[in-house]
Design a protein around this ligand. Sequence first.
Ligand code: NAP
Length: 396
Amino acid sequence: MSNERLTDATPIASLRPASLTELGAMRRAVELARRGPAHGPNPRVGCVILAPGGSDGPDAAQRPVLGEGWHRGAGTAHAEVAALADAQALGADVRGATAVVTLEPCDHTGRTGPCSIALLGVGIGRVVISVADPNLTAAGGAQRLRDAGVDVVEGVLEEQGIGLLGAWLLAIERGRPFVTLKLAASLDGRVAAADGTSRWITSDVARAHAHRLRAEIDAIAVGTGTVLADDPSLTARTASGELTEHQPLRVVVGMRDVPAGARLRGPGGELLHVRTHDPAEVLAALSALGVRHLLVEGGPRLAAAFLGAGLVDEVHAYVAPVLLGSGPSAVADLGIGTIADAVRLVPREVVHLGPDILLVATPAAATPTAATPHTSLPRNAVPGTTVPGTASTKEN
Ligand SMILES: NC(=O)c1ccc[n+]([C@@H]2O[C@H](COP(=O)([O-])OP(=O)(O)OC[C@H]3O[C@@H](n4cnc5c(N)ncnc54)[C@H](OP(=O)(O)O)[C@@H]3O)[C@@H](O)[C@H]2O)c1
């Protein structure tokens, strides 16, 4: 089988395959993992249990699928345990079987027990892994399995495995939340008119798409300036205006108070006010809460603060074919006096959303390890969207 790239558009087969090669099982495991939530402190992981075999290599003959599972979020069974439970429910004998799993089985006791021990306990004979666990407190599962005589293969379809982990992987590697900075601006880079009005610069197509991204991230931040100017609710909503099941934590940065009657205090995610001007302090506070992915939605001064601190991993710039001529710029003064000091971005994706365009880019100095955006972009959010991708606007 080839190692063709899986994308977010890859259809998820709802029917469980009867038999697969190990490579096919890893593709299936990636599909299964995508059923889990993109938000939350834990990664998305999928697992397929195959009947014994595999010594001829991962691309050899197909073997019966004995069980499959995926992680449904913090506090629930890990993918390996879910797959073993599935096999048990089907009455399958898993002794000597192969576990094909997208992330190295964990070796620590958190809210659930170590997956390495669970696999050893049922007599698994071979484990095929896509990505090694970068989380030092959880890693070591592969070594424990090897030490116990299990045949362990790592790095299978690793690119797909890394793509699946997205922002989580970077957050673990960097020891802080992955930061996506969203800018929604006119063609001349303004985020509001001279009188402060800004609803709406970008289209409803873009705004609807933005809400899907909000529903996938852990936290969303704005400065007090935006709170006082726009009274945003910072919720994730469906096209019909209802709150989605998952609501991001709402974060306000700055010294001034959030007014008692602010929409931010209404229905939606919890509110966290971080009274600081230091983006690193914001990220430390969020890390302590298990936030892996933060969406910074402005305004210009908060955007400048994160950019200036080198704490932006990805930029989503929504540009509308609108000219304002005056009004605040998307990013406040960065202290750049000459073109040689400009913050350069590497474009990753361009998406057409109705009349607007979304540019996904990464700061050149913070280029992710893989050459793809690490945000799992919502696809085909709105009928009529010309190119799959994400979008947004100044959305309150
Ligand atoms: N089009 C869009 O997508 C969009 C999005 C957001 C905002 N906007 C527009 O942006 C305008 C508001 O701009 P803004 O720059 O005032 O908003 P802002 O960046 O949200 O808030 C600025 C305030 O945040 C606090 N702050 C936190 N960290 C800071 C730091 N490192 N440096 C400086 N200040 C820091 C300060 O308030 P304290 O004094 O309280 O500490 C500062 O006055 C509004 O017109 C709004 O409509 C547009």
